[in-house]
Ligand binder design. Structure first.
Ligand code: XMP
Length: 524
């Protein structure tokens, strides 16, 4: 091993055409960027204080200005460098982005008597290029605004209106600047994708060439260029991100990649066998399988406090990984499954620390490796597509998120081998019932938690005094917020019956009906 850790080495070659999504806050920019990519055009998100010179240097094929929570009239409202409007690059403003176009180019953004939130009806105005010649007379669009454009800037025309937005579509064909007050990126605007497609493909001339096939090809070339004749190692967690990163790097450098899988003994039932089977046997990847369960359990003896548990598991993990990887001679590169949302969010989040997630199951920053991060430009759904195209099985590609400390944070109180066995069995039943009900892809996570209490029950004629299992199932888009899943009663009943009948040491099952916030998804 040698060389410093290089921050954020990009291992995905830049595609020919780029769309920049200028972020004016809230959650809109990521969704827009994903929609652009669904239309097979590569997009990146950029902060709103970007200068015209920076934009000109990056030569995007188009720019989209996102919505945001501000009003153009408040002090310090985010603005766009006005010189960007003169670059001749096609621009589409959405909601706040459209208001900003009007406001900065000499139109008027007024306060309406009332805002518009939710579905509303857009009525086509004079024929325009953005809605296109085939646009219906009226269509449903989704709105979320208070301010609205009341006077178009010189040279612009309004081509559509809703009850509370007299200029809901704004156009200037010769300057190649368009705006919409509604949100084409959300599913509640049925023709939204058609509008984005028209802007990107027809008006801005973007070619639909960003496919996962092309991503694999360019990534493989970029990985080869970065690693050269070197060797790389990759820590596999069993999760989709590290799995796809490893499969991609393996395609690029073959046997010069070695994966390390640390079996903490806190994995789900049969999970370790499946990881070994998939990577070693099917993908032919060299894999070091470290069975470290005993070591983890020894160190966890007497540890009950959640943060202490995470810290302990994290420390043992790093030591075990270092020992295993130290034996791999000449490995200069460490493969990591960093995703684009991590890149966007890193450094910008000042949210209070609720749990020390990223220190657990992760690696310290002073490891002397150069980073290979082939998924740095991809969203999760794209990573899944790449994984499938690389031949990874659905069980890995569609695996639910699983915390680094594993079952350790789903066993409340001290972790023992007996409790791990109980929880593994109960958890396997929960997941298999969810799969049998066909709900796997609708549910963000479904798992079992073992409480540190015992309750009285009666089985046969015998009094029992055993542990309860709590079933936790949530729906979510990104784990930042989550809703408890409304599972059908008969599904809950079969989970409960099976757990009590099949798992020794459990005599009661409860269902957690707490959303996040106020709860977190995991119990610790
Ligand atoms: P919470 O419990 O904070 O979890 O609502 C949000 C998401 O993060 C996962 N999680 C973790 N992931 N290391 C991880 O890699 C961790 O220590 C960790 N703790 C929680 C959790 O499963 C959920 O998807």
């Amino acid at each position: 091993m040698s060389g410093p850790l290089t921050e954020g080495s990009t291992t995905v070659a830049a595609p020919a055409q780029l769309v920049l999504v200028v972020d004016f806050g809230a959650q809109y920019a990521q969704l827009i960027a994903r929609r652009v990519r669904e239309l097979e055009v590569y997009s990146e998100i950029i902060a709103h204080d970007v200068s015209a010179a920076d934009i000109a240097e990056r030569q995007p094929a188009a720019i989209i200005l996102s919505g945001g929570p501000a009003s153009v009239h408040v002090d310090h409202a985010p603005r766009l460098d006005p010189a960007i409007f003169d670059l001749g690059i096609p621009i589409l403003g959405i909601c706040y982005g459209a208001q900003l176009i009007a406001h900065q180019l000499g139109g008027v953004v007024g306060r309406n008597s009332q805002g518009e939130y939710g579905r509303t009806v857009l009525t086509r105005g004079r024929p325009g290029s953005l809605l296109g010649p085939d646009a219906p007379e009226t269509q449903t669009v989704w709105m979320s605004h208070f301010d609205g454009i009341t006077v178009a800037p010189d040279g612009f025309v309004g081509c559509g209106a809703t009850p509370n937005a007299p200029i809901a579509v704004l156009e200037n064909d010769s300057r190649r600047i368009w705006g919409v007050q509604f949100h084409p990126e959300v599913g509640h605007t049925p023709n939204g994708m058609a509008l984005l497609r028209r802007f990107l493909h027809d008006l801005a001339g973007c070619e639909p060439t960003w496919t996962m096939g092309s991503v694999i090809e360019t990534s493989v070339d970029a990985i080869r260029a970065q690693i050269g004749p070197g060797r790389a190692i990759c820590g596999l967690s069993g999760g989709v991100d590290s799995a796809v990163a490893a499969a991609l790097v393996h395609r690029a450098i073959g046997p010069r990649l070695t994966c390390v899988y640390v079996d903490t003994g806190l994995m789900r039932l049969n999970e370790s066998d499946q990881v070994v089977e998939t990577f070693q046997k099917h993908q032919g990847i060299e894999l070091i399988h470290v069975r470290a369960g005993e070591r983890f359990l020894d160190r966890l003896e007497g540890v009950v406090e959640p943060e202490d548990k995470r810290k302990t598991i994290g420390e043992v993990f790093i030591r075990v990984f270092e020992e295993a990887s130290g034996g791999i001679e000449d490995a200069d590169f460490l493969v990591q499954g960093t995703l684009y949302p991590d890149v966007i969010e890193s450094g910008t989040s000042d949210a209070a620390k609720i749990k020390s997630h990223h220190n657990v199951g992760g690696l310290p920053e002073d490891l002397q490796f150069k980073l290979v991060e082939p998924l740095r430009n991809l969203f999760k759904d794209e990573v899944r597509q790449v994984g499938s195209q690389l031949g990874l099985p659905d069980e890995i590609v569609w695996r639910q998120p699983f915390p680094g400390p594993g079952l350790g944070v789903r066993i409340i109180g001290e972790v023992t081998v007996e409790k791990v066995t109980i929880l593994q069995q109960a958890d396997a039943i929960v997941r298999s019932e969810i799969a049998a009900a066909g709900l796997e892809r609708e549910i963000w996570q479904a798992f079992a938690v073992l409480a540190d209490i015992r309750t009285v029950g009666v089985m046969g004629d015998e009094r029992t005094y055993a542990h309860p299992i709590i079933i936790r199932a949530v729906t979510s888009d990104d784990a930042m917020t989550a809703d408890w899943a409304r599972l059908p009663y008969d599904l809950l009943e079969s989970m409960s019956n099976r757990i009590i009948n099949e798992v020794d040491g459990v005599n009661r099952v409860a269902y957690d009906i707490t959303s996040k916030p106020p709860g977190t998804i995991e119990w610790e």
